[in-house]
Design a protein around this ligand. Structure first.
Ligand SMILES: CC(C)(COP(=O)(O)OP(=O)(O)OC[C@H]1O[C@@H](n2cnc3c(N)ncnc32)[C@H](O)[C@@H]1OP(=O)(O)O)[C@@H](O)C(=O)NCCC(=O)NCCS
Length: 323
């Protein structure tokens, strides 16, 4: 399976660390040194999940020179689509008029884009004519507690997408791996809004409807599992970390990114980083970073690219591909 096109949908509104200083007890200095984030994008009333995801998808289709009617499959990785029902993927399908496709969402949090690519790969193995659109998109501002300084400085909104198909040159996905460890799922969760604590259930505090995270504990798991997933795909494909031209890690914290790169032995010049611009956009971080690196001309044909993510669940996964 090859990635034929990439795209991104980015909200216009920018929220800086200085803006956050006026909202909660924090400082630009703390956020920058502890996370690497300088600003993040936040949706306005008019900018919806579907709008961002559709924009990313249109760009990816254009790069792939494919019309929406050719799509057989649309997979959206997200936990913040516009509605609980229907899926975000169906709403993008409607906007694109991609009526031939089957469309569904997957819930794998920040690892969702990698999970989506792995699922698409299976469909393509089953039928090599399959043309698929994989989206990673989030409006995290809707599930952020703007009074909680330990989480609100971290998240942002955005969307990325990739068009994938069997392809016709030697390359594409060389190895992939996904895994999950639910034993400490409650270190990172949104307790309210599901069927256990539906909206408006009496006695449920409003804070329960937002992302809750024990950041310093999640931090350790992120490093452990991102390193593990990366090593597994490198081994499966018969490569060493030094062969990697570009590492595109999930953008949750610059210190996590630096430590994973260091543990793998990949120099920082080979790591794509945009967390300073966007913060953590969950399932969207990797496709946004991939699209920027492709359009900036950093990633060139024949490059070995390693995608590596970790998120709530916990979920984790990696993909090694030849561009
Ligand atoms: C959230 C995160 C940035 C916090 O950084 P940290 O170095 O672990 O900081 P801690 O949570 O231990 O808090 C240290 C201190 O900073 C304070 N603090 C927390 N947020 C703050 C903020 N925005 N501004 C200023 N101080 C803050 C804490 O209250 C604590 O103070 P105390 O020592 O007086 O109790 C970091 O743990 C992280 O990135 N975690 C992983 C995120 C992640 O990977 N998510 C999963 C994938 S989506």
């Amino acid at each position: 399976m090859e990635i034929l096109g990439t795209g991104r949908g980015i909200p216009k509104g920018i929220l800086t660390n200085q803006d956050l200083e006026k909202m909660v007890d924090t400082s630009d200095e703390w956020i920058t040194t502890r996370t690497g984030i300088k600003k993040r994008r936040i949706c306005s009333q008019e900018e919806t999940w579907t709008l961002l995801a559709t924009e990313a998808s249109r760009q990816a289709l254009e790069m792939a020179r494919m019309s929406p009617e050719e799509l057989d499959l649309i997979i959206a990785a997200t936990f913040t689509p516009d509605y609980r029902l229907p899926s975000g993927a169906c709403l993008v399908q409607n906007e694109l008029k991609a009526y031939k496709a089957a469309a569904f969402d997957i819930a794998a949090a920040c690892t969702g884009f990698i999970y989506g690519l792995v699922i698409a790969e299976k469909f393509i193995k089953d039928n090599p004519h399959t043309k698929a659109l994989v989206i990673g998109a989030e409006v995290l501002s809707a599930v952020t507690n703007w009074e909680d300084r330990s989480t609100c400085v971290l998240f942002g909104d955005g969307a990325g997408a990739a068009v994938v198909a069997a392809g016709n040159h030697q390359g594409g996905v060389l190895a992939s791996y996904i895994g999950s460890d639910p034993r400490v799922w409650d270190l990172l969760c949104v307790p309210g809004g599901g069927s256990l604590h539906p909206p408006f259930k009496p006695g449920v505090a409003k804070e329960e409807y937002f992302v809750k995270m024990k950041g310093n504990e999640v931090f350790k798991y992120a490093i452990k599992y991102m390193e593990e997933a990366a090593r597994i795909v490198l081994k499966r494909a018969g490569f060493e970390a030094r062969d990697v031209d570009w590492l595109i890690p999930h953008q949750a914290n610059i210190r996590i990114i630096n430590m994973v790169a260091k543990k793998l032995g990949i120099p920082l010049e080979k790591v794509i980083v945009n967390i300073d611009e966007y913060g953590n956009t969950s399932a969207a971080t990797i496709p946004i970073a991939l699209d920027e690196a492709v359009r900036d001309g950093k990633i060139k044909k024949g490059d070995l690219v390693l995608l590596d993510a970790f998120g709530g669940g916990f979920t984790y996964g990696a993909i090694l591909l030849k561009w």
